[in-house]
Ligand binder design. Sequence first.
Ligand code: DPZ
Ligand code: ZN
Length: 378
Amino acid sequence: MTYDPATLGQFTITATDGAARRGSLVTAHGVVQTPIFMPVGTQGSVKALAPDDLDAAGAQIILGNTYHLYLRPGDDLLARKGGLHRFASWNKPILTDSGGFQVFSLKDIRKLSEDGVEFRSHHDGSKHFFSPEKVMSIQNNIGSDIMMVLDECVAYGADYDYTAKSLELTTRWARRCRQAHPRHKNGQLLFGINQGGFFKDLRERSLAQLAEIDFDGFAIGGLSVGESIPEMYDMLHHIAPLMPRDTPRYLMGVGTPLDILEGISAGVDMFDCVLPTRNARNGTLYTSQGKVNIRRAEYREDDSPLDPLCPCYACRTFSKAYLRHLYVAQELLSYRLNSLHNITFFLTLARQAREAIEQGRFAALKAHYQDVFAPAKD
Ligand SMILES: Nc1cc(N)c2c(=O)[nH][nH]c(=O)c2c1
Ligand SMILES: [Zn+2]
């Protein structure tokens, strides 16, 4: 990995359209064009897809989960193998989350303290402890280009007092992460994570505290945790414009095509979500004409391609009838072709957003897809 320390982490905005931003971020494994969608490779692979599939689909960066990779194959093994890039033969950028989110979703098997969080592995029940320093060390061993701080993602519905205390802990952990991993050590960038639940003053307090720490970017955490769409959008539009302008804004775990376009319209630059690959596996496919449930009997003899406007291998090569057959027959090829298509759709959407911002027609693109994905009118 060769990079120029002088430009590492540089985020340049090249065009705006309303609050939407077109930009680029320099990482040690290449420049990422934003707005960007990041396919999720939880355990070191984007499920059912190989690196050359991801290249063909236009993926610039993928996401890895620190919790999962720490438990299996182990960050020590990844370090011995030269890091995740070499281990998984993925030579473009990787972002790793801190593992906090997964641990906090293991409700009953974890204990929170000032120093970190104790939890039990969902594999074998063995006991483990994540401190800010530990998750920095794990992400260092993984070798990700963008690391995330350890944070507490409070549950939807958490009360004001708990949320206020939690954000203060997340800030103290963020400071410890920064101290544990000096700026750009090993070419790795570090993002802070805004918390504060659904209380606007607490969101602003969290942001003000994080902005005093030298981060390469800032994420919005604690959304897409069970709230309604209007609640998510309301908080999104409140906090995104208040985030530092000259560093990337990353909305964690979001979302549907319309959520992503809404986030871009609020000024967010980076997104990740398991939706494209998870829904591919249950036959829910995203197309330029809207969602297609490939399991439906109506496709049994349908010779047309899934999406005539999609450049992916699945759409260029097979009919809906064949894709439906593979799904119904539970053929493994169904996972691969459906995942390839959905990932291509999300990456194409991000590319279309970049082009629309450059040409000053982002609002029209958003309105088009709101029409395409409008809930079916009975
Ligand atoms: N929806 C979310 C998805 C995520 N991966 C995260 C996370 O990794 N950290 N913190 C968060 O708040 C969070 C929220
Ligand atoms: Zn396709």
